[in-house]
Structures are given as structure tokens and as C-alpha cells.
Design a protein around this ligand. Structure first.
Ligand SMILES: Cc1cc2nc3c(=O)[nH]c(=O)nc-3n(C[C@H](O)[C@H](O)[C@H](O)COP(=O)(O)OP(=O)(O)OC[C@H]3O[C@@H](n4cnc5c(N)ncnc54)[C@H](O)[C@@H]3O)c2cc1C
Length: 497
């Protein structure tokens, strides 16, 4: 029995001298076979490296294979052009600078925007399919297999006023998709894994990484893992690439670093337990942006955009035509995840008519309905007069087709008339951490003196990437594959020893 506060699986490093026998070895040992791991493995193998992947579960995919599949790409990709959109690396960079949060890694943002078109071409060359069709409605995802959509509020306040908007949410084509089982993310992962396999990448499933093995001079030499209860040590001749995902499912780390997410992990898998992060910290790795998180509000964006989202005090929160993750983030970080969506009958009817499989997720019906605002306020626990004042102000501006308070686009602004429906959105926000190991653009894990730890690279959600708090759908699969590739390529070229 583990004493309270102590870890069942310590992440402290092992000395190479204490490893009795190596159970296997490779030039590059990749830990985790999700999007970052598969991309790293494929690229390392393309450089001629002998690559071994260790994966905790019995199959490839991780959270990525369950994902909706947004990959945030732009700068003028073939898909953007085929759908009739103009985009440039400069505009994409300007958007990322504005959207990813203060303190975001400038080198990563610049490189990601500059090389995004090449990365899209690489994905296509690996066999990831995209249908050249644009989905032009508010929603969490396209309803069918359309390949392109706005996924970061680029066409809404404040970003639309800063930089020419372009849709950058690229979705692999998937018929009859079921996000959480087999969505666009599966159609991203399948070709990446096929590519890695064709290049000779070996995989050991059911093998749970526990700790790093280090030389006396601090160089990472390999890993210790557990396979059906038996401890195995695997040697890396060139480098270890950690690609184990976030710490969403480690309650203690969530409580310490991103308490907003206590009790609400989302868009993650249970293997995202922070072991990779802690093992790297245990050899001196630095971390960045551990407070940052993605937030998803489980409500229909098509309805939110036609109504208003207010907090527990009846005050509007944000422009409702923005990326729904920004609405969720605003509610979670500034309003304790307590909010309400207020809509009228035409709004509900229009949203239902336009809705797809993910429409009206939660709640399916208004919690309270009525034409007496005072009564609705009492029922929802909103202070008397507060919602009435908000509705009055919104409708006063909406009569003129404008929203000078939160700047929702005129296209969505219309007075909301009685009877109103109030949807209870309290506790409908889930999310995952975005911070992690501090790495350079080639995945080298940096120590607290900003020096690379020899033999150790990382990519995907175990590392801090583009975000310092802001987010757009597709950033995780985008940066996981992009920086995963770079980490794999660099690992294959790391010094042989
Ligand atoms: C339902 C859903 C929808 C989503 N939609 C999107 C979307 O549209 N766009 C987007 O960008 N993101 C989306 N995400 C998030 C995205 O899938 C993840 O953030 C992304 O996959 C992270 O990449 P990764 O390589 O770091 O982790 P993963 O892809 O999860 O891969 C990590 C792998 O490491 C393995 N692993 C973990 N610990 C160990 C260990 N100790 N030893 C060995 N192996 C280990 C895991 O089993 C897993 O296979 C979604 C996620 C879900 C679940």
C-alpha cells in the first residue's frame, strides 16, 4: 500500500550502472504511440534510424485516434486554396501571436506558421485524406466529412479586426465518423502508423514507461518500463523521445498546476497521467505554461451564437460567435464555470434546423422557459433585474443590428423576444492541460539552465508547445505531428553512443 502523498510509480531516474540487462535497444526509443509518437517514429525512421516505440496500451492511437481530427494548419495550404481561401504564413503567425496567449514560445509560433504548408503536404504524402469542402456554420465540428472550418475564432472579434481571417481547421476525411471512437483523428493516425510501419518502425505494446535511465554525466541512456508486471530496460543508442501526452488524469498535478480543471478532465485518455513529465523533471527538465488549459463547453455553438451567454450574475461573458472553446475558457477562468445561455424560439428553431450530430449536446432543452424575466432570474438564481438589464441592453443595440459591447458580428445579432429559454450551462466545461516540458523547436528537452538534456527529446502534450493559455481547435494534433516530426528527425541525428 502506498502511503498518502507518495507515488505508486516513482519517476526518479535509474543509473545505467544499475541496469542489469537491457531487454532491447534501438537508435531512437519513442515512448507513446499517439500523434506525436507516430510522427516522431516515422521521421526518425525516414532518416535511417532503427526506431522502437513503447506504448502503454494494447494498440496505437492514444487520444489522437479518438479525436475529432482538427489539425490547425494554414499559410495557404492546398486545402485552403482548393476551398477558395487565401492565407499567408504572415497572417497565420499574426493570428497565433494574438491567440495563443502572453508568453507563448515565439520561435515555435514563427516556425509553425512558416512551415505549415510543408507540413500539410507531408501529411497528404503520408496518406491523410482531406475533402476540399468548407463547412460554414458555427459548430464544434463539421456535420459530415467537410475538410475545412474556422476553428479558432479567426472570423470573429477580436481576431478578425487584427488580421485577415482564414479558416485553418483541417479535418481528415471520415465517413460516418464518431468522435471519441473513430473520428477524423483516427483517419490521421492510421496513415501515420502505416507510414511508420512501412519504414520499419518496431512497436512494443502493453509496455508502460516508468523512468529514464541516465549516465553519470547526465546523458539519458534509455528507459525503464513495465510489461505485464515485469520490469524491462530499453537502451537508446541516440535518444529517447517522450510522447506520452498530458497530465490531465493525474489529480495531484492538476490540483497543483491547473486547478481550474479539477474534476473535469476532457479530450484526453487515462494514460495521460503525467508520468513522462515527472520522469523528465526528475532528470532536471524545466517546464512551461503548466497553468494553461484547453476548455470545451459542452453546448451547441449554433445555438450559443444566436443567443447570449451570461454568467451567474446575468452579465454577458464574451462574443458568442467566437470559437466555442474561448467561450468555455472565459466561463471557466473568470466565472467559475457558472453560466447560462439565453435564447428565444427563433434561435432554437434555427439552431435545430442547422444542427448536426453534435448539435444541442447538453442540455437538449431549456432548463427554464418563460416570458417573465423576473421569474427566470429567480429560477436560475440570477440577481433580480440583472438578466433583464442585460437583455434590455443587448436588444436595444440589436434593434440597430449591432453589438458594441462584445462585438458579435451583425450576421448573428437580432433582438431576443419572449418567451425566452434559459439553458443551464453550469459545470458543462471540460478540458486538458496545455503546458509541459520546455523544449526547443527540435524537441530537445531543456534543463533549468536552458541547456538541452543530452539524449532526451519530447513532443506532443507532454511538452509545452504553441499555447501559453490560448487555444484553437487543431493545435494539439497540429503541433503534436509537426514538432513530433522535428523531434524524431533530430533524435535520429543525435550522437551515437
Ligand atoms: C474526443 C477527443 C476529441 C479531440 N479533438 C481534437 C481535435 O479535433 N484536434 C486536436 O488538435 N486535438 C483534439 N483532441 C486532443 C488531442 O487528441 C490530444 O491532445 C493529442 O492526441 C495529444 O497528442 P500526444 O501525442 O501528446 O498524445 P496521444 O495522442 O494521446 O498519445 C500519447 C500516447 O502515449 C501513451 N502513453 C501514455 N503514458 C505512457 C507510458 N507511461 N508508457 C507508454 N506509453 C504511454 C498513450 O497510451 C498514448 O498512446 C481530442 C481528444 C479527444 C479525446
Amino acid at each position: 500500500m502506498t502511503p498518502p502523498g507518495r507515488r505508486a510509480r516513482p519517476a526518479r531516474p535509474r543509473r545505467s550502472a544499475d541496469v542489469g540487462a537491457w531487454a532491447g535497444e534501438a537508435d531512437v526509443v519513442v515512448v507513446g504511440y499517439g500523434v506525436a509518437g507516430a510522427s516522431a517514429a516515422a521521421e526518425a525512421a525516414a532518416q535511417g534510424a532503427d526506431v522502437l516505440v513503447l506504448e502503454h496500451t494494447g494498440g496505437w492511437g492514444g487520444a489522437a485516434a479518438m479525436a475529432g481530427g482538427f489539425i490547425y494548419l494554414g499559410g495557404g495550404t492546398g486545402l485552403q486554396r482548393a476551398c477558395g481561401f487565401t492565407d499567408t504564413p504572415q497572417d497565420m503567425h499574426a493570428y497565433l501571436l494574438a491567440a495563443m496567449g502572453d508568453g507563448a514560445d515565439a520561435d515555435k509560433l514563427a516556425l509553425y506558421a512558416e512551415r505549415s504548408v510543408e507540413h500539410f503536404d507531408w501529411l497528404v504524402a503520408c496518406g491523410v485524406p482531406f475533402r476540399a469542402a468548407f463547412f460554414d456554420r458555427p459548430g464544434w465540428e463539421p456535420h459530415a466529412d467537410e475538410g475545412l472550418m474556422y476553428s479558432g475564432g479567426e472570423n470573429a472579434h477580436p481576431f478578425a479586426e487584427l488580421v485577415a481571417p482564414a479558416p485553418r481547421g483541417h479535418l481528415p476525411r471520415m465517413a460516418d465518423k464518431r468522435t471519441g471512437e473513430r473520428g477524423g483523428g483516427w483517419m490521421l493516425m492510421r496513415p501515420l502508423v502505416d507510414t511508420a510501419r512501412a519504414r520499419g518502425v518496431r512497436v512494443r505494446y502493453d509496455t508502460r514507461f516508468e523512468a529514464l535511465v541516465v549516465e553519470p554525466d547526465g546523458r539519458v541512456r534509455g528507459v525503464v518500463a513495465r510489461n505485464y508486471g515485469e520490469e524491462v530496460a530499453v537502451r537508446a543508442r541516440r535518444a529517447v523521445v517522450l510522447a506520452t501526452g498530458s497530465f490531465a488524469y493525474d489529480d495531484a498535478m492538476v490540483a497543483r498546476h491547473v486547478p481550474l480543471l479539477i474534476g473535469r478532465p476532457g479530450a484526453s485518455v487515462e494514460q495521460h497521467d503525467g508520468q513522462g513529465l515527472r520522469a523528465a523533471q526528475a532528470v532536471g527538465a524545466d517546464v512551461a505554461h503548466l497553468h494553461a488549459c484547453e476548455a470545451a463547453l459542452l453546448a451547441d455553438p449554433g445555438l450559443m451564437v444566436r443567443g447570449i451567454v451570461v454568467d451567474a450574475l446575468g452579465r454577458r461573458v464574451i462574443n458568442e460567435d467566437t470559437y466555442p472553446g474561448r467561450i468555455g475558457h472565459a466561463l471557466l477562468s473568470h466565472h467559475g464555470s457558472r453560466g447560462f445561455l439565453v435564447a428565444d424560439e427563433p434561435a432554437v428553431d434555427e439552431a435545430r434546423a442547422q444542427g448536426g450530430p453534435l448539435a444541442l449536446l447538453i442540455p437538449p432543452r431549456p432548463t427554464w422557459v418563460g416570458d417573465d424575466v423576473g421569474e427566470l432570474e429567480r429560477e436560475a438564481g440570477i440577481p433580480p433585474g440583472a438578466l433583464a438589464a442585460t437583455l434590455g441592453l443587448y436588444n436595444c443595440h440589436a434593434e440597430r443590428g449591432e453589438d458594441p459591447v462584445h462585438r458579435k458580428a451583425a450576421r448573428w445579432v437580432r433582438p431576443l423576444r419572449a418567451p425566452w429559454g434559459v439553458f443551464d450551462l453550469r459545470e458543462h466545461t471540460v478540458g486538458f492541460p496545455l503546458g509541459g516540458l520546455r523544449t526547443d523547436v527540435d524537441g530537445a528537452v531543456l534543463d533549468v539552465d536552458s541547456e538541452p538534456i543530452p539524449g532526451l527529446r519530447a513532443a506532443g502534450r507532454v511538452a509545452a508547445g504553441l499555447s501559453a493559455g490560448g487555444y484553437a481547435s487543431g493545435i494539439s494534433l497540429g503541433e503534436g505531428s509537426f514538432f513530433g516530426r522535428r523531434a524524431g528527425r533530430a533524435a535520429a541525428l543525435d550522437e551515437l553512443s
